[in-house]
Design a protein around this ligand. Sequence first.
Ligand SMILES: Nc1nc2c(ncn2[C@@H]2O[C@H](COP(=O)(O)OP(=O)(O)OP(=O)(O)O)[C@@H](O)[C@H]2O)c(=O)[nH]1
Ligand SMILES: [Mg+2]
Length: 216
Amino acid sequence: MPEKTVSIDIRKDLFGANEDAAALNAEKFKEHGIKAIDIMGSVGTGKTQLIEVLCEKLSGKYRMLMVAGDLATRIDADRVASHGVDTVQINTGTACHLDARMVRVALKETDLSKYNLVFIENVGNLICPAGYPLGVDKKIVVVSITEGPYMIRKHPLTIKRSDMVVINKVDLAEALDFDVTALVDDIRQVDANLPVLRVSARTGEGIGKLIEKLEL
Ligand SMILES: Nc1nc2c(ncn2[C@@H]2O[C@H](COP(=O)(O)OP(=O)(O)OP(=O)(O)O)[C@@H](O)[C@H]2O)c(=O)[nH]1
Ligand SMILES: [Mg+2]
């Protein structure tokens, strides 16, 4: 038998499969007239609290579903469910991000005709989720001033692959002597045209503007 070498590009294979699943998700969302938003960001930046606030503000206007990604528990799904919103929790076990196939499998049994807005809270992580498009309309990244001043410069990839950056917890800026303008400058260095919103999911500051920018 002649000697044979087969090169397998695992990355291409893996990411290619994700792209295929993302296209199927996008098709499903479109079929049902659903606007889907992927919310990324490090652990504890306020992703769930932001979704809770948005659910409260938008309850009269949209039929919403929240998909929560976490390694374990359904704490976040339960928090959002307490606002009367339907939820699906995905427990990834070991994976530091959601991928498009997980979302597809998780929504298989869900009657999507009941919804027209889907929030997907990705696993708390500022690196991995950026590599796995889910087939959504918008990817937003939530950063917060409690992560320190260098997280944008250290993690440009997620910023590059987002449609919007939300700087949360601005209510703490003064107490922490945090320079929000410098953080905005860092974001501008990565992408000069990216929309940047300053909000507080706790006080409600900036939430109206965020809803406007998300075209909701
Ligand atoms: N001061 C202040 N605290 C906030 C704000 N938003 C969220 N928090 C608090 O920050 C903590 C984390 O908020 P979560 O909404 O659980 O954050 P998360 O990004 O969903 O966290 P993971 O899902 O674990 O990655 C909670 O104690 C919130 O009450 C804010 O705007 N201001
Ligand atoms: Mg959360």
